[in-house]
Every structure is written in C-alpha cells, then in structure tokens.
Design a protein around this ligand. Structure first.
Ligand SMILES: O=C(O)CCC(=O)C(=O)O
Length: 251
C-alpha cells in the first residue's frame, strides 16, 4: 500500500521541494520554541548563536545544543518524510535555527545551499573553499553529494507573505552547482515562476539544497522561527566526517 511516500519522493525529484502543512501539531511547535530558547541560553557569537540588538536571529549546531531538536530530527513523523526521499540509511548532519522578526530582519538573494559542516578540515578534492563559522569548519561540497541530501525546514510560527517567507524556483535543483552566469540566466528565465513557501506552525518545507531559493524581509510583526535540518545518506570521503549529531560523533 502506498502511504504517499513515493508521491512525495516524486515531487522532490521533479520540483526540488514540497510543502508539508502538518508535521507536528501547534502545541509541539510551541514546546520547541521554549526548548530552543532554553538550549540557546545567553546569546554569544563565538558559540554560534547569532544576535542583533540582543535578539537571537539564528544559531548553528542546533543538534548539539538543543536535545529536543535532536529528538525531532529522529521523530518517526520526520524520519518517514526523509527516508522516503533518501532511504533508510539517512541521518541528520546539521541543524540551524532562524528567527526573522521586524527588528532582526533580512532578505537573501537567490542562491543554492552548497556548504556542509564537518568535524575537521582536510584537503579532499572537490571540497572547498573552506570557512570557519561558530567554531566549526565548513566547506563547499561537490554537487554529487548535495544532490543526495535533503533539508527539512520546520516552521514554529505561521509563515505568511508578511513573514518574509522563503521563495523557491521549482525544478532549479537538477542542474548541479550553478555558476553566477547560470544562476542569473535561471532568474532571468523563470523568476516569475517563484513560489513563496507559506507554511503554518508545525508544517515544513522539504527541499533539495541545490534548489534556487531566496527570501524577502518580513513586513509584519511577529516571529518567523524555523528549525532547519539537513540530512545525508552518505559518509564523506577522504577522512572527512560530518559535524553531525552528538551520537554520531562517538561512532
Ligand atoms: O530563512 C531564510 O530566510 C532563508 C534561509 C536560506 O536561504 C538558507 O537557509 O539558505
């Protein structure tokens, strides 16, 4: 019997993204807001917690900092979505937190997500340039790896047009890593096909990291809190290791 998994996998394969209106319920989303606030504690840039005017607007390494987020990443409702796309060997490799508000606001130009977080920098063909953010080594990764990853962006607040939603360009995920010229050509050809990802609290956007996406600044009051979880199905080559969930670090 098809439980919708193959349909979801087909949508991700074809469009590069899908909106799932309910992954967890609103009470669970509210509990996660409290858990993230507890887990992030006092804002501090060195620890990977980003703040502007004393307001937390983002955080890295969420799987290590917030146990409830690690549980969410392995929750059967989330796992079912992820494994239908990546198979049963899928595992979470990075957790980020975003909180867009009128005072901690941003817009992002069209881009692909090409960066992964690893335990330790090593020279491996295809990986780089390297950066260090929040005390963690990050590298640009090859398209073949990124094409076998998926991101789940779980919304903790209702996200409408006024919330500065993420916008995606359907089907832009399947052309590999785009040069600036290719990216501009995609935008020139198909910007009018962009979809604003409007998602209720507890719902999520599933997306391939290579889909072109952007976001506008929020115009309304309130928060747009998102837990961003990346999953992979492959170990890394050349002695590189994912800076992933704590339980994997002692593997
Ligand atoms: O949350 C947003 O505003 C967009 C985030 C984004 O573009 C990203 O995670 O790459």
């Amino acid at each position: 019997m098809d439980d919708g998994s193959s349909q979801l996998a087909g949508r991700i394969e074809h469009d590069g993204y899908a909106i799932i209106p309910e992954v967890i319920d609103r009470d669970e989303a509210a509990a996660l807001i409290a858990a993230v606030e507890r887990g992030l504690g006092t804002p501090d840039v060195e620890s990977g917690v980003l703040q502007r005017d004393r307001e937390v607007y983002g955080a890295r390494d969420l799987l290590a900092k917030v146990p409830e987020v690690l549980r969410l990443a392995e929750d059967p409702r989330v796992r079912r979505l992820i494994t239908s796309i990546l198979g049963h060997g899928a595992f979470p490799v990075r957790g980020l937190f975003f909180d867009k508000t009128p005072t901690a606001n941003w817009n992002l130009p069209w881009h692909q997500d090409v960066t992964i977080a690893v335990k330790e920098r090593r020279i491996v063909p295809g990986f780089g340039p390297w950066t260090r953010k929040g005390g963690i080594d990050h590298a640009h990764a090859p398209a073949e790896l990124l094409e076998r990853m998926v991101t789940l962006r779980l919304h903790l607040d209702d996200c409408g047009l006024e919330s500065g939603p993420m916008r995606v360009l359907p089907r832009s995920h399947s052309s590999g890593r785009l040069s600036p010229e290719e990216l501009n050509s995609w935008i020139a050809r198909s910007a009018e096909l962009a979809v604003s990802c409007l998602v209720p609290a507890g719902g999520a956007v599933l997306m391939r990291p290579l889909i072109l996406h952007a976001s506008t600044a929020a115009t309304g009051a309130g928060h747009r809190r998102v837990i961003h979880l990346e999953y992979a199905a492959d170990e890394l080559p050349g002695g590189l290791a994912w800076k992933a969930a704590p339980f994997r670090e002692s593997d």
